[in-house]
Each structure stands twice: as structure tokens, then as C-alpha cells.
Design a protein around this ligand. Structure first.
Ligand SMILES: Cc1cc2nc3c(=O)[nH]c(=O)nc-3n(C[C@H](O)[C@H](O)[C@H](O)COP(=O)(O)O)c2cc1C
Length: 167
């Protein structure tokens, strides 16, 4: 379990940043980690375990994350996989344990994912596009919490090491 892939689907960069944080934390825990946009992943050869992170827009997981799962479904079923959703804005972001949206819950069972976590998101004040600009006028900010990410990454690292020990 040494080569890990953190793949992300991100429209405005917030989830890409979370993926980088996860990658750094797992790298610091001793794993060899590659962080890449989900749309660029064409093969999981040589990858031992996978984390797929996707932004949630209108209760749907980012298309790039969904497509990666569809393309690599059988390869993902053979590997330990964790899914990440991002993310609620405002006070709701730090409610304990936000469950996956329906779509992500289905994907989890399809590929036998080991776990899922929701991290707070980010919406920049200068966001463009509809309806992001209107939302940003009311609710801009960054609710990504590096400490929470570190904590979660440590639990994943622990599970991966345990899998190694029984291999
Ligand atoms: C138009 C719009 C719709 C959103 N819908 C949801 C949602 O349904 N659930 C949620 O948790 N977050 C929602 N968000 C918050 C985003 O998931 C959050 O901003 C996230 O960090 C965006 O990730 P990205 O920067 O990687 O694109 C929405 C944001 C926007 C702008």
C-alpha cells in the first residue's frame, strides 16, 4: 500500500486544494502520493489505493469524479478506496459527520468504498457564473479545515498500514 492516488473533481479550485492537503498529509505519513485531476486519470496500474474527492454542486458530486469512477469501476473495486465530498459553506460545514449525498452513497456501495468524509468547502467572493455569483454575495468564505483534514488523513493512513500488516 505504498503508491496512493488522490484524484479530484473541482470547478473553482477549493476541492483541488483539499486534495493537495490530503496528499501532503499522507506523504508526511510515509506514503508515495500522486495528486491529480480526476479527468486526467486513465489507468490505475501501479496505484495501490485511491482517494476520490469531488465538489458537491446542487447535491451532485462533481462530474469528473463520477466519470472517473465509471471508467475505473472494476479497478476501484479491487483497491481500498475512500471518497471525499466538499463541501458545505457556512456554519453547516462544521456539523459533525455530514453524510454523503444519495449519488455518492450509491457509488460507495457499487465500488465497496471503505469510507466517506464531507469537508467544508470554499466559495470565493469573486466567484463568477450562475448561480455562484449570487451565492457568493451572501456566503463567501473558506470552511476547509486543515486540522480536520489531517485528522482524517491520519485515520486513512492507519487503515492502510493495518492492511499492509495483514497482507
Ligand atoms: C452553485 C453552487 C451550488 C452548490 N451546491 C452545494 C450543495 O448542494 N451541497 C454542498 O455541500 N455544497 C454546495 N456548494 C458549495 C460547493 O460545494 C463549495 O463551494 C465547494 O468548495 C466548491 O468546490 P470547488 O471550488 O472545488 O469547485 C455549492 C456551491 C455553488 C457555487
Amino acid at each position: 500500500m505504498h503508491h496512493l492516488l488522490v484524484a479530484y473533481g473541482s470547478t473553482r479550485g477549493g476541492t483541488a486544494g483539499l486534495a493537495e492537503m490530503i496528499g501532503e498529509d499522507l506523504g508526511a505519513a510515509g506514503f508515495d502520493v500522486e495528486v491529480r485531476p480526476a479527468a486526467e486519470v486513465r489507468s490505475l496500474d501501479g496505484v495501490d489505493a485511491v482517494i476520490v474527492a469531488g465538489a458537491v454542486y446542487a447535491n451532485r458530486w462533481h462530474r469528473d469524479a463520477r466519470r472517473l469512477v465509471r471508467r475505473q469501476e472494476s479497478a476501484l473495486r479491487e483497491r481500498p478506496v475512500w471518497l471525499v465530498s466538499s463541501g458545505p459553506l457556512g456554519r453547516s460545514a462544521h456539523a459533525a459527520e455530514i453524510p454523503p449525498v444519495h449519488q455518492v452513497a450509491r457509488i460507495m456501495s457499487r465500488i465497496g468504498a471503505r469510507g466517506h468524509v464531507t469537508f467544508g468547502g470554499r466559495l470565493e467572493a469573486g466567484a463568477t457564473g450562475f448561480p455562484a455569483r449570487a451565492m457568493a454575495a451572501k456566503l463567501a468564505g473558506d470552511w476547509r479545515d486543515p486540522e480536520q483534514v489531517r485528522h482524517w488523513a491520519a485515520s486513512v493512513a492507519g487503515e492502510l498500514s493495518a492492511l499492509d500488516a495483514v497482507a
